[in-house]
Design a protein around this ligand. Structure first.
Ligand code: ADP
Ligand code: MG
Ligand code: MG
Length: 883
């Protein structure tokens, strides 16, 4: 087997097509080398080795040692250096690189190959002792941390006390002799902590680092990251070994990160940060505040430090050309890492950049207009679920706010919550159902669970490409970074700024769009859906086949549904209308009536109210289809249970409380989900259905009369198990339709169909479709009845069913294709055999879930219906399913 692939000097054995084998970083390093870009030479040890490593008690394939040696020799030839040589030592970095990018999750070791002898050779060749010993101490620190498991604080403490003893405050004030002494101190620390001297053999260092990178695949933070982002754990990581280039060689050297477009807004502008005389992680770690790359960005930020454009104009020009080439080549926004060594540019990484959903939309639309990608590609590039972010709150522009500090707008959206200062606290409070804003000086990969738990993240250090910013954008969380005027005191659990002291638990708001940090919580509003959002949605509408409707019954929801582009109402739950104002009293009167006459009297009171509900709803929907479900829930849900309320109701209806209590106990059910509900109510109390049908038809007549809009109600019988049952309901509806037609002289076109919610209805679909004109799959109840699971109780035991793979996903979120899905498929097939033109749709929660929508497209359903705020998600997901 080939375990190792080399790259460098304008060619490579691998390419970007080999991500699975080489990992993302290795594949793209190879691709950049093939493109002739300046990439320090190196080689990639494949993900197959990682798999081998874990399958063979953490041992390597026997051929690997020789392959690595040959590849090192190859790098040596290209650089004119030799690994382990005492005169011209080759130094390397050992970098992890998984298939899917996991920024900052896995560990990297720089300057490997340095020891007490080679550090002198480095000093000599660079003509700079300070640089050489600074590199050596960085290496000792990184290696000890990553490979030997010695905490960074040991070294930071040593550095701090050294500086204190010397009376200096900045690292830059330390000279060569100082770093030399610190190297001695660092090595002593290593020996103390690990019981062994710091390894001097470059070979030992190399294999230690390679094993550590493979080992880091199973660190807790890597495992959590994969869980959050759904990356399979059996993918493994590759290891990249690459010749070092140095950004810390003095004022003509630098290191930085950049994006070809703004990852926050999507604007087409080179966007990034760099630091002169720095190495590796300095930019992202937030230790020093970085400088802007372009002059425009510097001016916009009002920064006093020179941009790369003015500080290094020649390298800058080459860098700009390189970034443009990469974006054109990959046809996507790139996130790049680079280093300048003595005025020479080196590219160290490129990958598709993480971006906010706002930026994703803008970039997809812009790139389509630039002719870089097709409309279909643009549609496929947007994760439908991410649209949720855009539909969520922002601070309304006119809201009064008490701004106490301003930082960088690192990830848009606004968030309010209680202040917490640690990731663990964030998680604890979140688990108790509280909303928190995580406030940190800076974040590190170990904080990932807390960032996930928080509504938003605030840091006082770091730039737009700091760890906090990158991770927050990936999660779609609001984030403000580098709010430098805030003082955080972890020990006292306080933060202070502008004379205000806030404590843990106080409310705080951050605005990731402006960078504002605001005391207290604040009113938020939902953004308008215009610009790129509207354009992409239009393209999606052109591409999709299925209709998208909304589940709505209130005028508000119906208006929102239309605003979000719903093409009708797929589920109007009439019982929701019964809970409003005086309606509830009339409903209760009806339930408490002793006979049909009493019920009719109460229903007569309800009729005008229900009719006016429908008039309003039909008016808003202006001729679009509206599917109305007849009364569904068990009647006891409408009755009061608290003694005081029962008393009040008794007085209002002139009944005794005893009577109410008696009726309550008659209606009480052990398992209401399987109880006296759905069309069973119609069979027992047909007068309820008659009232509802009359309200619907009279409203339709009224709206037609008033506005001319032709309303086509689709009346839906819930929870059917047999054709005969359905026919009884339908007969009632038809009779009322006739009556209203005679009374009004108007013909209202309507259909009667059923909600398919029981396995029996799916199996008998062929017969039911003989009289039912449409089916709407109520997949919430169908999931409950198919899996014998109650949605209300399943939470306590469903977790392990999903994590252990018994079920592929939470069946209440994503349709269980193998079980529920099979029933739906059977019902679709049998009903179409009887009635080829039958209209089929889905109206459970699944109607707004992209994976379930894809399944609906497979079955060629006619529409999906979901909650109004998920309508845009469903439109996009339906388009992706159709492409
Ligand atoms: P991550 O996946 O966490 O970004 P990387 O492997 O990209 O880790 O390494 C982090 C940083 O280390 C890089 O951005 C780069 O600045 C620096 N680095 C890595 N390899 C080299 C190298 N061969 N020469 C100089 N700097 C390097
Ligand atoms: Mg990197
Ligand atoms: Mg597709």
């Amino acid at each position: 087997a080939k375990w190792v692939y080399t790259f460098g000097d304008g060619r490579a054995e691998g390419s970007s097509a080999m991500r699975d084998l080489l990992g993302g970083k290795g594949a793209d390093l190879a691709e950049m080398a093939n493109l002739g870009l300046p990439v320090p030479p190196g080689f990639t040890i494949t993900t197959d080795v990682c798999t081998y490593f874990y399958e063979n008690q953490k041992r390597f394939p026997s051929e690997l040692a020789a392959d690595v040696e040959a590849s090192l020799a190859h790098i040596g030839k290209l650089t004119g250096k030799t690994f382990g040589d005492e005169e011209a030592p080759l130094l390397v970095s050992v970098r992890s690189g998984a298939r899917a990018s996991m920024p900052g999750m896995m560990d990297t070791v720089l300057n490997l190959g340095l020891n007490d002898v080679t550090v002198r050779a480095l000093a000599k060749s660079a003509g700079d002792e300070r640089f050489a010993f600074d590199s050596y101490r960085r290496f000792i620190q990184m290696y000890s941390n990553v490979v030997l498991g010695i905490g960074h604080h040991h070294f930071e403490d040593a550095l701090e006390s050294y500086k204190e003893a010397k009376g200096v405050s900045l690292d830059t004030e330390l000279r060569a002799e100082d770093w030399q002494k610190l190297v001695v101190a660092f090595k002593a620390t290593v020996e103390e902590e690990s019981g062994k001297p710091f390894p001097q053999s470059p070979q030992e260092q190399l294999w230690g680092a390679i094993a550590a990178v493979f080992g880091s695949w199973l660190t807790p933070r890597a495992i959590i990251y994969r869980r959050i982002h759904g990356i399979p754990s059996d993918w493994g990581t590759a290891v990249n070994v690459q010749a070092m280039v140095f950004g810390n060689m003095g004022p003509t050297s630098a290191t930085g990160v950049a994006f070809t477009r703004n990852p926050s807004t999507g604007a087409k502008e080179l966007y990034g940060e760099f630091l002169i005389n720095a190495q590796g992680e300095d930019v992202v770690s937030g230790i020093r505040t970085p400088q802007n790359i372009t002059e425009t960005a510097r001016l916009a930020a009002g920064s006093g430090k020179p941009s790369m454009e003015t500080a290094m104009p020649i390298v800058f020009a080459e860098f700009v050309r390189t970034t443009e080439l990469l974006e054109r080549h990959y046809r996507d926004m790139q996130d790049m890492e680079f280093t300048v060594e003595n005025g020479k540019l080196w590219m160290l990484q490129t990958r598709s950049g993480k971006r906010t959903s706002l930026a994703a939309l803008r970039i997809a639309v812009d790139m389509t207009c630039e002719g870089l990608i097709s409309k279909e590609e643009a549609i496929n590039r947007i994760d439908p679920a991410s649209l949720d972010q855009l539909l969520h709150p922002a601070i309304s522009p006119h809201a009064l706010r008490n701004v106490i500090a301003a930082g960088l707008p690192a990830s848009p959206g606004a968030a309010s919550g209680e202040i917490v200062f640690s990731a663990d606290e964030a998680e604890q409070l979140r688990n108790m159902g509280r909303k928190v804003v995580l406030v940190r000086i800076e974040t590190c990969p170990d904080d990932i669970h807390g960032m996930h738990a928080a509504e938003g993240i605030l840091t006082t250090r770091g730039g737009m490409t700091s760890h906090a910013a990158v991770v927050a954008r990936g999660m779609g969380k609001p984030c403000v970074t580098g709010a430098a005027t805030i003082r955080v005191d972890y020990a006292k659990a306080t933060m202070s700024a502008a004379g205000v002291v806030l404590r843990k638990g106080d409310m705080l708001t951050i605005d990731g769009a402006t960078g504002q940090v605001i005391q207290g919580s604040i009113r938020m509003s939902r953004p308008e859906l215009t610009g790129e959002f509207a354009i992409l949605m239009k393209w999606a509408d052109e591409a999709r086949r299925m209709e998208v409707r909304a589940n709505a019954e209130t005028p508000q929801d119906a208006r929102a549904a239309r605003k979000f582009g719903a093409e009708g109402i797929g589920l109007c739950r009439t019982e929701h209308m019964f809970f409003e104002g005086d309606r509830l009293t009339a409903v209760r009167e009806m339930i408490l009536a002793d006979d049909p006459r009493g019920r009719r009297a109460a229903l007569d009171k309800l009729l005008p109210m229900q009719r006016s509900d429908f008039i309003e709803l039909f008016g808003i929907m202006a001729g679009l289809p509206v599917t109305i479900r007849l009364l569904d829930p068990p009647l006891h849900e409408f009755l009061p249970h608290a003694p005081q309320e029962i008393e009040q109701l008794a007085v209002a209806l002139g009944l005794s409380s005893e009577k109410i209590l008696r009726r309550l106990s008659e209606l009480k059910e052990v398992n209401p989900m399987l109880g006296f509900r759905g069309s069973r109510l119609t069979i027992a109390y047909p007068e309820i259905t008659e009232m509802q049908a009359r309200a619907i038809f009279e409203a339709a007549v009224e709206v037609k009369h008033r506005t001319g809009a032709l309303v086509r109600p689709e009346i839906m019988a819930p929870l059917i198990i047999a054709k005969h049952e359905f026919d009884l309901v339908k007969a009632r509806v038809d009779a009322i339709a006739k009556a209203v037609e005679t009374e009004s002289g108007q013909t209202i076109p309507y259909t009667v169909g059923t909600m398919i919610e029981t396995p029996r209805a799916c199996l008998r679909a062929g017969e039911i479709a003989a009289t039912a004109e449409f089916f709407s799959f109520g997949t919430n109840d169908l999931t409950q009845t198919c899996l014998a699971l109650s949605r209300d109780d399943a939470g306590s035991f469903l977790g392990p069913y999903v994590s252990s793979g018994i079920l592929a996903a939470d069946p209440f979120v994503t349709i269980d294709r193998e079980g529920v899905g099979e029933l739906v498929a059977i019902a679709a097939q049998r009903s179409r055999a009887t009635r080829p033109e039958i209209k089929l749709g889905i109206c459970g929660e699944h109607g707004g879930d992209p994976a379930s929508i894809e399944f609906c497209e497979k079955l060629a359903l006619d529409y999906v219906s979901c909650s109004p705020f998920r309508v845009p998600i469903a439109r996009l997901a339906a388009a992706q399913a159709a492409i």
